[in-house]
Design a protein around this ligand. Structure first.
Ligand code: COA
Ligand code: AMP
Length: 633
């Protein structure tokens, strides 16, 4: 069957399609049906089944004779370490950790926050939670204390698992003080913290609260896998929305297993035993789905990479890892290749390595610009597939279903809708627009298995953010179009979310931080184009009356404040002090117009603008920051 047939078979009978895919999963109690309509746009998949994710990702492969196969290859150029963990070892390590968590009172449904760098223990901690039905919430290491504290207060974890430190090129990230600071700031306090001590920095444990990763496992019985209901939350992953309060995306257990397993062959075209590598971080959805769960569920070897595309030690790192570990499918964000291309424009490093095992390269996380795609394809000689998805879905909404049929590539398009997704382009009133017309991208409900059924502690926000605008649809927050051949084109976000080096960030969240500066009366943050990171944030602040301190000092304090409160990952470095912000007559700040000025795009000032003269002040302010950028060739 080709793609069109598979898609049609899903359209004809979605429940039968997903029940068929569910046969690849080991159920404790198989589902009697696929879809449960809970009313009000809420759907659940396989809710009456009982199943354990860790069993499917680890134990069943040992039972099936894959015990000696590497489950995880850890390759850490920043520590110059490499290590392999077989499925057999992984089972024992995860069972022991899960047993120790249980012995300290962690039970099914309890939350556990994980704050760790790219070490295998991060994956083990996720799987240990899954083993006992605890709900993990991984927080990216590039977030600072305040962001961690916000997540602690929302998830209310019984335990936090952290490492003593992370290693960024040229500096040690001191996780333990960040963790202590977060717990101090948070109103909720965890019962205990488990600290994995890395040799690069041994942290001081807080007596009565912290236990040592190894020590607390001593003499404890390993835990078996606990079957949970199909709709039990596997994890919560916070992602940026319009405001500074992150959205806790809930991932349901059974749908997650079925859908991720399906993608490994149909999207990434790998078979059990093949090596799969997603160069991302476990703190992001790509890391959850494609470093941890999907490859392991499918019986693949996954690569856990602690390094950067460049500088660890050079732009050949990706190719070394691919060749050394015989990676068959490789997945990363376009930013990573922009960084590699900048350091190695002629692809000289590529020629030093044997990439014969590599079949294809996959890109997601941000818009893949045609230059980057073309360079990567020409330099490697491998097909490069863009695919589009979100934290909310957990896997491909639109992609090239290579394992079914490699569709012709149209550079700049992530290709076609995956089975499960009925994608429509809508105008503001919710009417479908003709092919080739820009609109809001929406997915007809129900969403397929594994996608978010709700937001943690925020059912109303879920409804308002995703369901309310277009009744009967899930609103993706992306704008774009479909062409005559059904190919999707993703153009921009329709909200205040920006994408910095493949990291999803909220400009609203940054504005909240800037507004807390005592000298700032009003502010706006926009995303502007960046040659390396795709987008970077740019802030504009108006000062409180009477403040006459040097603007450069205030700007530097703003930069520091965002770094301290949100974290270095925000990459907030551009800030201009201005007298006024452009607004409509009703007082709405014209952020989109400011972004167009900073990007040097043509635009017409909106008819509702209060005072068009302010736009010249904004033009002058962005020019001082070096924008618009010279168009790079
Ligand atoms: N822990 C602590 N700090 C982190 C971090 C982590 N896990 N990840 C990033 N940071 C810090 C960086 O050290 C940097 O700090 P600095 O301001 O002191 O230099 C800051 O956050 C910004 O990081 P980043 O945006 O990643 O920029 P960079 O200049 O360090 O690296 C790239 C640029 C392109 C090499 C890098 O962004 C990259 O590898 N991107 C790949 C994208 C990716 O994996 N996306 C995931 C979704 S698929
Ligand atoms: P995240 O939730 O961090 O995965 O970010 C999801 C958002 O990133 C999407 O809503 C898009 O705006 C953007 N995005 C992800 N993949 C792509 C892609 N292939 N092309 C264009 N934008 C993308």
């Amino acid at each position: 069957m080709g793609y069109a047939d598979v898609y049609k078979s899903w359209q004809d009978d979605p429940e039968a399609f997903w029940l068929k895919q569910a046969e690849a999963i080991d159920w404790h109690t198989p589902p009697t049906r696929a879809l449960f309509d809970r009313g009000g746009g809420i759907y659940e998949w396989f809710a009456d089944a009982r199943v354990n994710t860790c069993w499917n990702a680890v134990d069943r492969h040992v039972e099936a004779g894959r015990g000696d196969q590497a489950a995880i290859i850890w390759d850490s150029p920043v520590t110059q370490t490499k290590r392999e963990i077989s499925f057999f070892e992984l089972r024992n390590r995860v069972a022991s950790l899960a047993g120790a968590l249980r012995a300290k009172g962690v039970e099914k449904g309890d939350r556990v926050i994980i704050y760790m760098p790219m070490i295998p223990e991060a994956v083990e901690a996720m799987l240990a939670c899954a083993r006992i039905g605890a709900i993990h919430s991984v927080v990216f290491g590039g977030f600072a204390s305040h962001e961690l504290a916000v997540r602690i207060d929302d998830a209310k974890p019984k335990a936090i698992i952290a490492a003593s430190c992370g290693i960024e090129p040229g500096r040690i990230v001191h996780y333990k003080p960040l963790l202590d600071g977060a717990i101090e700031q948070a109103a909720h306090k965890p019962d205990f913290c488990v600290i994995f001590q890395r040799e690069h920095e041994v942290a001081e444990l807080t007596p009565g609260r912290d236990v040592n990763w190894h020590g607390f496992q001593f003499g404890v019985d390993p835990a078996d896998c606990l079957p949970v209901e199909g709709n039990h939350p596997a994890y919560i992953l916070y992602t940026s929305g319009t405001t500074g309060a992150p959205k806790g995306v809930v991932r349901p257990t059974a749908g997650h297993l079925v859908a991720l397993n399906w993608t490994m062959k149909n999207v990434y075209n790998v078979d059990p035993g093949d090596v799969f590598w997603a160069a991302s971080d476990v703190g992001w959805v790509v890391g959850h789905s494609y470093i941890c769960y999907a490859p392991l569920i499918h019986g693949n070897t996954t690569v856990v990479f602690e390094g950067k595309p460049v500088g660890t030690p050079d732009a050949g790192t990706f190719w070394r890892v691919i060749s050394e570990h015989k990676v068959k499918s490789f997945f990363t964000a376009p930013t990573a290749f922009r960084a590699v291309k900048r350091d190695d424009p002629k692809g000289e490093f590529i020629r030093k390595y044997d990439l014969s095992h590599l079949n294809a390269i996959y890109l997601a996380g941000e818009r893949a610009d045609p230059d980057t795609i073309e360079w990567t394809r020409a330099a490697t000689g491998k097909p490069v597939y863009d695919h589009w998805w979100q934290t909310e879905t957990g896997y491909t909404i639109a992609g090239n279903p290579v394992g079914i049929e490699a569709m012709p590539v149209k550079t700049g398009s992530p290709t076609v809708a995956m089975p499960g997704y009925d994608i429509r382009i809508l105008d503001d009133e919710g009417h479908e627009v003709p092919p080739g017309t820009l609109g809001a991208i929406a997915v007809k409900l129900p969403l397929p298995p594994g996608t978010l059924p709700t937001l943690w502690n925020a059912a109303e926000r879920f409804h308002k953010s995703y369901l309310a605008h277009f009744p009967g649809y899930y609103e993706t927050g992306d704008a774009g179009m479909k062409d005559e051949d059904g190919y999707l084109w993703i153009m921009a976000r329709t909200d205040d979310v920006i994408n910095v080096a493949g990291h999803r960030l909220s400009t609203g969240g940054m504005e909240e931080v800037l507004a807390s500066h005592p000298d700032v009366a009003e502010c706006a943050v926009i995303g502007v184009a960046d040659v390396l990171k795709g987008q970077v944030p740019m802030g504009f602040v108006c000062l409180t009356k009477g403040v006459d301190r040097p603007h450069a000092d205030i700007a530097a304090e703003c930069v520091r404040l965002v770094r301290e409160r949100i974290g270095p990952v925000a990459a907030f470095k551009l800030v201009a002090v201005v007298d006024r912000l452009p607004k409509t007559r009703s007082g709405k700040i014209l952020r989109a117009t400011m972004a167009k000025i900073a990007d040097g795009q043509e635009f017409k000032p909106p008819a509702t603008i209060d005072d068009p003269a302010i736009l010249d002040e904004i033009r002058a302010a962005v020019a001082e920051l070096g924008y618009p950028l010279e168009k790079a060739g």
